[in-house]
Design a protein around this ligand. Structure first.
Ligand SMILES: [Zn+2]
Length: 347
């Protein structure tokens, strides 16, 4: 069993059409990989390090030990990419197809497998349904895929609070909770988040709970996180732009993903036609996900079942929320066997 200390990272720049600085990190263990490539795609406002929390065993360690050739994609929603007005359309058309093709080129593999989370999952799903990533044979999709469903409170927030707030600011940033906010309105918002969530002393946890849904907290269940990981999250969240919040609000209202930029590569609705992908999907989520309700993944699983019965799978683990699926102290025990098992089915 190796640990991150025995791993080496290789940084590979991606040639994205509009010049946004996206990249891949290829993680190698002491031995050559014996299995095919796996691409990991992070969610909104975080960065690739979200795959390597200070837990006893990370998914990256488990994948490397299992013999996979591991690639972590940094796409434009990362906090490490300069703050930009990204949309899911841009991720789907400009970033993910380039990342997938680069992995195929570097490894010489005929096809690859992917693990995608949250808005990495929705934007990757858009690319898959539009036929832009035909090289992908398996997707383990976490939290939300084709049908974003949120709580009533979160929907009200998306419709009536987030748009005016982010219209004035252009973005929302969980770091306000720790570093202080730039001026009166974000200061007032941050003060509200802190006062209304007294149980926790982590400002990033509190502001991100406001931004990304409705729950106390929204992104994990506190019981699943060690104090060290809860503290670590303070450095792992950055801004999310109005352009994203507007699009996800539109998707929630429609009940499924919609494109918003009129790009010729993407359909307007992603459920109006059969998906242009042969990939097998495994939909995973925590039973207490307060960011996107488990119903999100259930609807998408049923939709795929309708098109290709018996092929796809779904796993809902009770007691888990949104991101603790990967950063929970016991994710190695509760989630890694599920994820590795799904990848192995299409070996
Ligand atoms: Zn907290």
């Amino acid at each position: 069993m190796t640990t991150a200390a025995a791993h080496t990272d290789e940084l590979i720049a991606l040639d994205v059409a509009d010049g946004v600085p996206c990249n891949l990190i290829r993680v190698r263990g002491p031995k050559e990989p014996t299995k095919g490539p796996v691409l990991l795609v992070h969610g909104v406002g975080v960065r690739t390090e979200i795959w390597r929390p200070p837990t006893p065993r990370t998914l990256i360690e488990a994948l490397v030990d299992e013999g996979y050739d591991v690639f972590m994609e940094t796409w434009r929603a990362s906090m490490d990419v300069p703050n930009n007005t990204w949309t899911l359309d841009q991720g789907a058309v400009l970033d993910h197809p380039v990342a997938v093709k680069k992995v195929v080129e570097l490894t010489g593999a005929d096809s690859i497998q992917a693990i995608t989370h949250c808005q990495g999952s929705t934007s990757f799903m858009m690319a898959a349904c539009a036929g832009l990533v035909p090289e992908v044979r398996t997707v383990v999709a976490s939290a939300v895929s084709l049908h974003p469903v949120v709580t009533k409170v979160a929907k009200l927030k998306l419709d009536y609070i987030v748009p005016p707030v982010s219209r004035l600011l252009g973005y929302l940033d969980p770091r306000w909770g720790e570093r202080g906010a730039p001026w009166l309105l974000p200061k007032a918002l941050t003060a509200y988040c802190k006062l209304s969530r007294r149980a926790c002393d982590n400002g990033v946890c509190k502001v991100s709970s406001f931004m990304f849904g409705a729950g106390n907290p929204t992104l994990w269940t506190h019981e699943q996180l060690s104090p060290a990981t809860h503290e670590w999250t303070k450095g792992e969240f950055g801004p999310a732009p109005l352009t994203f919040f507007k699009q996800i609000a539109q998707c929630v209202r429609a009940g499924h993903l919609v494109s918003v930029e009129g790009r010729p590569e993407l359909p307007e609705s992603f459920v109006a036609q059969a998906p242009l992908t042969d990939a097998r999907f495994s939909f995973i989520t925590g039973g207490r996900n307060n960011c996107f309700l488990p119903e999100s993944q259930m609807r998408t699983f049923e939709w795929f079942e309708k098109h290709d019965p018996g092929r796809h799978t779904m796993h809902i683990v009770p007691g888990y929320g949104h991101l603790d699926v990967f950063v929970g102290e016991h994710a190695g025990r509760d989630w890694h066997p599920i994820i590795l098992g799904e990848l192995a089915r299409d070996a």
